[in-house]
Design a protein around this ligand. Structure first.
Ligand SMILES: Cc1cc2nc3c(=O)[nH]c(=O)nc-3n(C[C@H](O)[C@H](O)[C@H](O)COP(=O)(O)O)c2cc1C
Length: 591
């Protein structure tokens, strides 16, 4: 359920989210670029009065001074009847360049905010922001589940390929993405009046203006009391109108300054709502917080990769666990197959069982163990096929099984058989299957067949189990499981170190590198790009000869070592350990 909740919004909105995130990442660069080009005096070095004084010396027709969150100061002026706007150096008051907002950033902003579609596009961007919140929250829960709980959330992740990339990137980016998505949703909700905007009308025009002779702006006491860093905007009085005043807006509030006495009139501090609103905009855009902008930008850049890897994972999962033909309704089925799987290989076995039972005339319902119904009214046979994961834990599609079994009401004639899939190399061999078998027995159900455990996907064991089931149900079953071989890389044995021969415990350290495959892979770092990223402790699956399923060995090296190292003890009669121990340097394996 949680996985569906995560993948559905991702699949529906993937393309749009990519546009939103890439444009967001570009926009996130703006605060850092602006900050890099802005001259920012130290706090307390320049007051607003001093700034205005210096600017007026160079721009006698100054009408307005604006300080942007990045620290850039812009003067709007009139000269010879022509209006102009320049960037100024706040220390000298001199103009540095004409002020021309970047056409490129304006275009990107339009694309980001509204997909160039006005209100419809803005609404779409708002919906996408909400979907992103859902994706982030469900993603965090999935990572916590995968790592075995909140305490382990930063624990190294196992696995490889797209799944590993997806989980690692998501863990790195999720807080940044969540912050952008929450603030974006808030801003959209305000835009469409779903949330009230903080009223910030500013103070009323003052009634008690002195009307005296204007003083030079640099001498005005009120302006001298504010630091340049607090300035948002200073609007000059209309020239020649002694009743007019300076309008001042600062980070703390807004008010007026008498142009003759320099008194601060009607200053109104910002409301809490307005401060919150301002912070939400800053946290979304990184305005004035260039470092946050860069973090949010980096997080946003992961979205295209997350979308592509997410869609690939969904497709692979669907393909391997996907729709079974002729899957009976659970309420009508006479036979039920429940599947517990993490990497989907168990689904291949379940499909084969489903198809054979269907051919034998049974009405078979097959689903994941998490989807255990409260009852199967017409079922007389229940098969549970499950792998074991982690350290004897339930695989992903069976994690909720134990919680649901309490509500399960077994019909009197319902008999069950559990088939565990695991690997003898793990100390908790098929542990979860054993627990499931025990819990069904505790519910008072009768076994159709005693539990059996299949080691490393043995097709032969599975087929024998099928024969036994066939005998019990009185209909021969020919279970012929063909494993899909996973994608492999050819590894060449570079060297081996042998120990323990004298004490009859032959153990060898094998060091492999990706085998040369034509010219372009010959340079060593490039060859290692042929491998998925791996770390010491991850598992290397080695394909033994004669098409047997892979055997797993713990890696003793990481991708940075540029060598694939495993340590293998030769087992008496061991198919894969014997195969590895017969290798000479220069021989190749598939792994
Ligand atoms: C990370 C990892 C942990 C595993 N833990 C166990 C375990 O504790 N006990 C066990 O018997 N098998 C364990 N296995 C082996 C799997 O159960 C076995 O490969 C199974 O066939 C996988 O089936 P699935 O792909 O349907 O999940 C583990 C495999 C992996 C990759």
């Amino acid at each position: 359920m949680l996985r569906k909740f995560h993948s559905l919004p991702g699949l529906l909105a993937g393309l749009f989210l990519m546009v939103l995130s890439v444009t967001g990442a570009v926009l996130a660069l703006a605060p850092a670029l602006e900050r890099a080009s802005a001259v920012i005096p130290a706090s307390g070095e320049v007051s607003i009065a001093e700034l205005a004084d210096r600017i007026v010396a160079h721009y006698p027709g100054t009408e307005q001074i604006v300080r942007e969150p990045s620290g850039k100061v812009i003067v709007y002026y009139s000269r010879d009847g022509q209006a102009g706007a320049d960037l100024v150096n706040p220390v000298t008051g001199e103009g540095t360049a004409p002020y021309e907002p970047s056409a490129f950033f304006s275009w990107i902003k339009d694309l980001h905010r509204a997909f160039m579609l006005d209100d419809a596009g803005r609404a779409l961007a708002g919906v996408l922001a909400v979907l992103m919140v859902l994706l982030c929250l469900s993603g965090i829960l999935l990572i916590a589940r995968r790592t075995g709980g909140w305490k382990n959330i930063l624990r190294p992740l196992s696995g490889s390929g797209g799944k590993r990339i997806h989980a690692e990137l998501a863990r790195f980016a999720v807080l940044g993405l969540l912050l952008s998505a929450l603030t974006g949703s808030y801003m959209s909700a305000q835009r469409f009046d779903l949330l009230a905007e903080a009223p910030d009308t500013g103070p009323r025009f003052p009634a008690d203006v002195s009307g005296g002779q204007p003083s030079p702006v640099g001498t005005l006491k009120a302006l001298g009391n504010f630091d340049l860093g607090e300035l948002r905007e200073l609007v000059f009085p209309y020239p020649g109108d002694p009743q007019d005043v300076y309008s001042l807006s600062t980070s703390g509030g807004s008010g007026f300054v008498d142009q003759a006495t320099g008194e601060l009139l009607q200053f109104q501090p910002r409301s809490d709502g307005s401060i919150l609103q301002h912070w939400i905009i800053r946290l979304h855009t990184g305005e004035g917080l260039w470092w946050l902008g860069l973090i949010l930008g980096a997080a946003a850049m992961t979205v295209p990769v997350l979308s592509v890897t997410g869609a690939t994972i969904w497709w692979q999962r669907r393909r391997s666990s996907g729709q079974l033909p002729d899957n009976a309704d659970p309420a009508q089925a006479d036979t039920v197959i429940l599947v517990g799987s993490e990497g989907n290989t168990t689904w291949g076995f379940a499909r084969e069982l489903h198809s054979s039972l269907n051919k034998a005339g049974f009405r078979v319902h097959c689903s994941e163990m998490n989807a255990l119904a409260e009852r199967y009214p017409h079922a007389s046979m229940l098969f549970v096929l499950t792998s074991t994961y982690g350290d004897g834990d339930a695989p992903a599609s069976a994690r909720r099984f134990m919680a649901r079994i309490g509500d399960f009401r077994a019909e009197k004639n319902l008999r069950y058989a559990v088939l565990g899939f695991g690997d003898r190399q793990f100390p908790s061999y098929c542990q979860f299957a054993l627990e499931v078998d025990a819990v069904l027995a505790r519910k008072g159900m009768n076994r159709l067949l005693a539990i059996e455990l299949i080691d490393r996907c043995s097709a032969a064991q599975f087929s024998e189990w099928g024969n036994r089931v066939g005998e019990v149900i009185g209909t021969p079953l020919f279970l012929n499981y063909c494993a899909l071989q996973p994608a492999t890389v050819k590894l060449e044995l570079v060297e081996r170190a042998d120990y323990g021969i004298a004490v009859q415990a032959p153990t060898s350290i094998f060091r492999f590198k990706p085998a040369e495959q034509g010219g372009w892979l010959t340079a060593s770092p490039r060859r290692f790009k042929a491998l998925p990223p791996f770390e010491a402790g991850d598992l290397l699956g080695v394909i033994p000869p004669h098409g047997q399923p892979p055997r797993f060995y713990s890696l003793a090296s990481s991708a940075n070592d540029e060598i694939v190292e495993i340590c293998v003890r030769k087992q008496a009669g061991g198919l894969c350990s014997g195969y590895l121990h017969d290798l000479k340097p220069g021989d190749c394996i598939d792994g």
